[in-house]
Write a protein that binds this ligand. Structure first.
Ligand code: AMP
Length: 285
């Protein structure tokens, strides 16, 4: 494992030591690594000769200073986890905000055809401009062949795919399955901030999504929405921010299902004030 904390030193290393003919995989993260992140890194290691993992808590994608300040930072433990991976070819990039955001580089704004305004875009103003700004920066710097994104942040994956179509057609954006805790809770760095009791109870979020899938073709969508609201808000210290069923590609919300369309259900819940998101594909098995 080789560690870089300066963009220039990473760039120099890539130019000098990584052949243009070797496949380079990239896994961007904000650290506090868990098995979900590690599964992305392992996939990249399996599919590429070299893998870069970035650990950078990107300030421009947080819409609340408090959320940024409270975001878990566990760099030493993260590096220990990465060291255990069976790879000679891992590069780890750990810049600081001041190394990236300078007088000449700041948050940009983007047009992704509307998907950026739904769900997370609606509830976290400016979030996707911050995400796209940092991913564009990393893609320019690293120029990977493959970049790995978790479906846990499905809307983010779609946005990055659009960004790549618009600006980086040579980069393949690879969607990766959601890793879950034993009780079904989607793994997230934010889970570290939950009490043991809440973390246990939060399995109900995925349980509710599974039940949504079960009810989809049996009940009208507004009844399903009522079911979700009641189930989540009945839990102690849980507050539903949004639940919706949307077209898997356009992310347009739907109130009535049409044939031959693929849908996903999306949910955001505050648990003890910590914001958790999850989603599920609603294709019939
Ligand atoms: P983050 O550190 O939360 O920005 O996540 C970095 C990458 O890991 C993103 O592509 C996430 O979608 C992905 N990721 C986060 N949690 C999970 C999970 N539970 N399963 C799969 N991928 C995940």
């Amino acid at each position: 494992m080789k560690l870089f904390d300066q963009p220039n030193s990473l760039k120099e290393h890539l130019e000098k030591h990584i052949s243009k003919h070797a496949k380079l995989g990239f896994v961007p993260t904000m650290g506090a690594l868990h098995e979900g992140h590690i599964s992305l890194v392992e996939r990249s290691i399996a599919e590429n000769e070299h893998t870069i993992i970035s650990i950078f808590v990107n300030p421009t994608q947080f819409n609340k200073a408090e959320d940024l300040n409270n975001y878990p930072k566990t760099l030493d433990a993260d590096l220990e986890k990465i060291k255990t991976l069976d790879s000679q070819s891992l590069l780890v990039f750990t810049p600081q905000a001041a190394d990236i955001y300078t007088k000449t580089f700041s948050k940009k704004s983007y047009d992704f055809g509307g998907i950026e305004h739904e769900m997370e875009g609606k509830y976290r103003s400016g979030h996707f401009d911050g995400v796209a700004t940092i991913i564009e920066y990393f893609f320019h710097l690293i120029q990977p062949n493959n970049a790995y994104f978790g479906e846990k942040d499905y809307q983010q994956y779609l946005i990055v795919k659009k960004l790549a179509e618009q600006q980086f057609p040579a980069i393949k954006i690879v969607p990766c399955d959601i890793f879950r805790e034993k009780n079904g809770l989607a793994m997230s760095s934010r889970n570290l901030r939950l009490s043991d009791e809440a973390r246990q109870n939060a399995g109900i979020i995925y349980g509710t999504l599974l039940e949504v899938k079960n009810r989809l073709y049996k009940q009208p969508i507004n009844r399903i929405e009522e079911y979700v609201e009641k189930t989540i808000n009945n839990q102690k210290k849980f507050e539903l921010e949004y639940f919706c069923i949307a077209d898997e590609t356009s992310l347009k919300l739907v109130k009535k299902l049409a044939p031959k369309k693929n849908y996903r259900a999306f949910i955001a819940v505050f648990v003890e004030g910590i914001r958790l998101i999850d989603n599920i594909a609603l294709k019939e098995n």
